[in-house]
Design a protein around this ligand. Structure first.
Ligand code: GSH
Length: 213
């Protein structure tokens, strides 16, 4: 059975959400999230990172890789456009954009504001990251104008990847200039599978992280 190492308010919620959407059996090992300012890769998981997924002999980190692996092995064609379809390249784009381009500037703000708590000493860095985040989310906003989901007309795992990123972005107050995103976020978070994921891994906002762009 799949085993997921997880903690509340981490990217692990993406994987629980996906597993709930697919109705797959899995074992959830909830661990404490350890402070990361002095060391890196120190979480109580087999890789030291959260989330970590075990599938037989395979033990992996990276939430996007987990999503691709789970769908490849157990998805039966669900939640992703098929290989070779016109939507597939866009699906891959958004799946990766969510964690790379869109999350990168948020990571800087979270690192300085929530973990190190010395954002006041680095105002230019924080402002630059907020600006880059706003630009990254305006690209998502433009793609969602007049559409319900990121890819084609159906909910896919790319929406799951983006959902967690947008929850973090909303907490940091960088979605103010993105009129399409709040309704999109509400739409995907209304899914019963997300509700079940939240019951297992609460996502209340980190304290001290709010602000406006
Ligand atoms: N790109 C990775 C990021 C993983 C990551 O940074 N996870 C955070 C929690 S959401 C973490 O484990 N931080 C502690 C650390 O890096 O040691 C993913 O998508 O899984």
């Amino acid at each position: 059975m799949l085993k997921l190492y997880a903690a509340p308010r981490t990217r692990a919620v993406r994987i629980v959400w996906l597993l709930e959407e697919l109705g797959l059996p899995y074992q959830l090992e909830v661990v404490d999230f350890l402070p990361t300012t002095s060391s890196f890769f120190i979480q109580n998981t087999p890789t030291g990172k959260l989330p970590t997924l075990e599938d037989g002999a395979a033990v992996i980190c990276e939430s996007g890789a987990m999503v691709e692996h789970i769908l490849e092995r157990y998805g039966n064609g669900r939640l992703a456009p098929p290989d070779g379809s016109p939507d597939r390249p866009y699906y891959l784009q958004w799946l990766h954009y969510a964690e790379s381009t869109a999350f990168a500037p948020l990571g800087v703000v979270i690192w300085l504001t929530v973990y190190r708590q010395d954002a006041a000493d680095h105002p230019a860095l924080v402002e630059d990251a907020r600006q880059r985040a706003a630009t990254a989310f305006s690209f998502v906003n433009d793609a969602l104008e007049g559409r319900a989901y990121l890819v084609g007309d159906a909910f896919t795992a790319a929406d799951i990847m983006m959902g967690f990123t947008l929850l973090a972005a909303r907490t940091l107050g960088v979605l103010d200039a993105c009129p399409a995103l709040p309704a999109y976020l509400e739409r995907i978070c209304a899914r019963p599978a997300f509700g079940r994921a939240l019951e297992k891994l609460p996502m209340d906002p980190p304290t001290g992280a709010t602000g406006s762009s």
